[in-house]
Design a protein around this ligand. Structure first.
Ligand code: PLP
Length: 460
């Protein structure tokens, strides 16, 4: 880790408080406490301005998959910046890493998903997917096919459109959403919160029936696509009932609806594979969107990966004079693509997917032990994407009052013990770097267990 540069933390705190408008922030507590200032990071650990070291159970924001401080990542990016920092990829221009990374992603992606459109983040990747889908059906002459179906508690981003597709009700409070009946929602496949008295098998049938009914209600001729995360992330690390994605994809095929797998979190190793759709959930979508682990957050990068079938239609030369007028200044930025390439090289060389498949079940088993603690209603997730749901009553699953801020209180106890976990409402979410050893998993889980017990004692 490099030595601390010469700056004054009090000034930094003031500058941040006065001028840095933070995303997704509760300004009441922000104005009281200011920010935690990160000044260093290495492996699975981050360091704050006072030199305190924390095991990062959040992985930045489900994204620093290969861990922090990789010298060869910095070198690959610096090398590309020196060599040829930028040229637009509009039209007939490209760069070496943009071409090489697209070929590598196509090699790793399932089925005929062979074509990569670059962006700078997950929201942009999903927004791009919607624009592509509308353009696709327009080209096919199916101009009424516009509606998008998403799910309650799904998270797809924070642009106007992708936040409207997001189904996390809390995130919508105080904002407007895209109108015109464009976005429609079906249930979250949350087995813990399934209707009372319904078996898991019945719940699956209920979800499939509901989806089919929704398409029929809207008219298949009006429905363009279904967007789903393989495991819902920000909406509560919701693992669907077995067979859910395959069955939903069957319904999509039956009605000519495109299936978009939002793998912004699940791709690039978090579930032990480069992509989860086929390897874990046994289905091949029409489009996969990916970001985060694609570059392990060393540079902003996303990919909207589409099938040969879609590309063949989208790339027909200027039907009716319409060109595919979609793209961003930073689409295929060479430095970001160089980061993506090196990231994948490291993941393959160190077999990080194999590591996640090997220690992931240990992580799950250790976390499941927390189920015995007071407050813990459910422990769920898979491999390096896990969560604890805290409740007031394990029998009724009733939640604690929001003002108790249970997730935050537990996270702040963890922080005192040198561990970062993410609070989302009444949940605590774990998505650490994929390099975590069994010993580091023990440190993380033990700190969370102690923190939950301490908070539970405080509440009684
Ligand atoms: N999709 C999913 C599943 C996500 O979890 C996120 C972000 O957490 C996004 C999309 C949006 O990605 P970004 O914040 O990079 O725009």
């Amino acid at each position: 880790m490099t030595a601390r540069p010469n700056y004054d933390l009090t000034t930094i705190r003031q500058q941040d408080l006065k001028h840095h408008f933070h995303p997704f922030t509760d300004f009441a507590s922000f104005k009281d406490t200011g920010s935690m200032i990160f000044t260093g990071a290495e492996g699975a650990y981050v360091v704050d301005g006072e030199g305190r070291r924390y095991l990062d159970g959040i992985g930045g924001l489900w994204c620093v998959n290969i861990g922090y401080g990789r010298e060869e990542m910095a070198e690959a990016m610096a090398q590309q910046a020196r060599q040829m920092v930028y040229y637009s990829s509009f039209g007939h221009h490209t760069s070496v890493p943009a071409a090489q990374l697209a070929a590598k992603i196509a090699e790793l992606a399932p089925g005929s998903l062979n074509h990569v459109f670059y962006g700078s983040g997950g929201s942009v990747a999903n927004d791009t997917a919607v624009r592509m889908i509308h353009f696709y059906f327009n080209r096919l002459g199916q101009r009424s096919k516009k509606k998008i179906i998403t799910r309650h508690d799904g998270y797809h981003g924070s642009t106007y459109l992708t936040m409207s597709m997001t189904g996390v009700a809390f995130d919508h409070i105080g904002f407007d959403l895209v109108g015109d009946g464009l976005i429609h929602r079906v249930s979250s496949p949350n087995t813990y919160r399934r209707p009372e008295g319904m078996s898991e098998a019945e719940f699956l049938e209920h979800l499939i029936g509901e989806f089919r009914a929704k398409i029929e209600e809207l008219g298949a001729e009006n429905v363009a696509a279904f967007f789903a995360e393989p495991i819902q992330g920000a909406g509560g690390v919701v693992v669907p009932p077995k067979g859910y994605h395959r069955r939903m994809a069957d319904v999509c095929r039956e009605f000519g609806v495109l299936y978009v797998a939002d793998e912004v979190v699940t791709a690039f190793g978090r579930l032990g594979h480069f992509f989860a759709s086929e390897s874990v959930f046994d289905m091949v979508p029409d489009i996969i969107t990916s970001a985060k682990g694609l570059s392990s957050a060393y540079a902003p990068l996303s990919a909207t990966i589409i099938s040969d079938e879609l590309y063949d239609v989208l790339s027909v030369p200027q039907a009716e004079g319409a060109m595919f007028t979609h793209g961003f200044t930073y689409s295929g930025h060479p430095v970001c693509c160089a980061a993506g390439l090196k990231n994948i090289e490291i993941m393959e060389r160190e077999d990080l997917c194999g590591h996640v498949r090997e220690v992931g079940p240990y992580f799950e088993t250790r976390l499941k032990e927390l189920q015995a603690l007071p407050l813990v209603g459910d422990v769920r997730g898979s491999h390096f994407m896990l969560c604890v749901e805290n409740v007031a009553d394990k029998g009724t699953k009733a939640l604690l009052a929001p003002e108790i801020a249970i997730g935050k209180r537990i996270a702040s106890e963890c922080q005192k013990r040198g561990v970062l976990v993410r609070p989302i409402g009444h949940l605590n979410v774990l998505s650490p770097p994929l390099t975590l050893t069994r010993q580091e998993i023990d440190v993380l889980v033990d700190a969370l267990a102690t923190s939950i017990s301490v908070v539970a004692d405080d509440l009684t």
